[in-house]
Design a protein around this ligand. Structure first.
Ligand code: ZN
Length: 339
């Protein structure tokens, strides 16, 4: 019996290049004509070499007034799946039939994107620097400008991430369960899982919360790759969020709610060696079930790891070379939605 030949995916429908973006130093959405689409290059700051750092902002201003939905991808420069999701969602919108405005930043962290790394040009994690600081370091200044020029102009935010280096996730939403509007956004996106986590005020989601902007973080698979299936799911998730916010004419039907975790934690390695993780993403494991082992280079087990509680697998490492202190498996405690 022969296996069928591999398939080639259909290319997504995107417009052809239409000329340079419009350079702007501030995001003045009121000035834009209703029913129009814009590619903007937003000046964020002048780097030490005197070059302007600009970020790509895709704006669709609907013909009808309504909420402003903000999207951010690649604040961690190597987290790529969100970028084509922003592109496809935004280009799939018809400005004449949109209620409200969509403002999508496809790459927040341009230096990190070019360097294929999480951090900014100074290696700082931009998602730990809110609200930024006038007169601070480059990265603090960028965050201050991003907050002023973007975050204060939107009513809702979806922040797109992936797992960290060497790790992988399903499609899951991080949200603060105490914030019902944010929870609705999370459910509308139809992720595999919703994880309750109060956001630190130093993160984009926390900064949005501090401004009263409901926000959900969507974690989308693995870093530094484009995963077509996950990009497609994220694109559809953004569309469903827009429908939920009644920005599109087709209302969102009530779907089932994904499994909910009210808390989660990582299991870390206490040994170095070659790591094998046993459960797949989203597997349910019972308390005490073996979840990983580490062998030395003679093939002898030096560490065995068991689930510390009954859990669902939210994330896992994809890198078998494990120093001591490696994150092995991210486990969530499942709870019913009404708790
Ligand atoms: Zn991230």
């Amino acid at each position: 019996m022969s296996t069928p030949p591999p398939k080639t995916a259909e290319p997504p429908s995107l417009p052809m290049h239409s000329g340079p973006p419009q350079i702007v130093s501030s995001l003045d959405l009121d000035q834009l004509e209703p029913g129009t689409r814009h590619n903007l290059h937003l000046d964020l700051f002048r780097d030490p070499a005197g070059q302007q750092l600009r970020i790509p902002v895709l704006v669709v201003k609907g013909a009808e007034p309504g909420p402003v939905l903000g999207l951010t991808a690649a604040i961690h420069g190597n987290e790529l799946n969100g970028i084509p999701a922003v592109h496809r969602f935004v280009h799939g919108l018809d400005p004449k039939r949109l209620r409200g405005t969509v403002v999508g930043i496809s790459v927040v962290n341009i230096p990190g994107f070019l360097l294929r790394r999480r951090g900014f040009s100074d290696a700082r994690d931009l998602n730990r620097l809110f609200p930024g600081k006038a007169g601070g370091t480059d990265s603090q200044l960028v965050i201050m400008r991003l907050r002023e020029q973007f975050l204060t102009h939107i009513n809702y935010l979806v922040d797109l991430h992936t797992a960290g280096p060497g790790r992988t996730n399903p499609v899951y939403a991080r949200v603060d369960l105490d914030d019902p509007v944010s929870v609705e956004l999370a459910i509308a996106a139809r992720p595999d899982l919703v994880v309750n986590k109060t956001a630190s005020p130093k993160t984009l989601r926390g900064a949005a919360h501090a401004l009263g902007v409901p926000c959900v973080t969507l974690e989308l698979g693995a870093p530094q790759v484009l995963q077509p299936e996950i990009v497609m799911r994220a694109t559809k998730g953004l569309r469903r969020i827009a429908r939920h916010l009644e920005m599109l004419s087709r209302p969102l039907g009530l779907g089932g709610r994904p499994p909910l975790c009210n808390e989660s934690s990582w299991v870390y390695s206490e040994h170095g060696g070659l790591l094998e993780v046993f459960p797949e993403l989203l597997a349910r494991v019972r308390k005490g079930q073996p979840i990983a082992h580490i062998v030395n280079l003679f093939g002898e087990i030096v560490g065995e790891y068991k689930a510390p509680f009954k859990a669902i697998v939210i994330g896992k490492t994809a890198d078998p070379v494990a120093p001591i202190g490696t994150r092995i498996v991210h486990l969530g405690k499942l709870v019913p939605w009404d708790e």
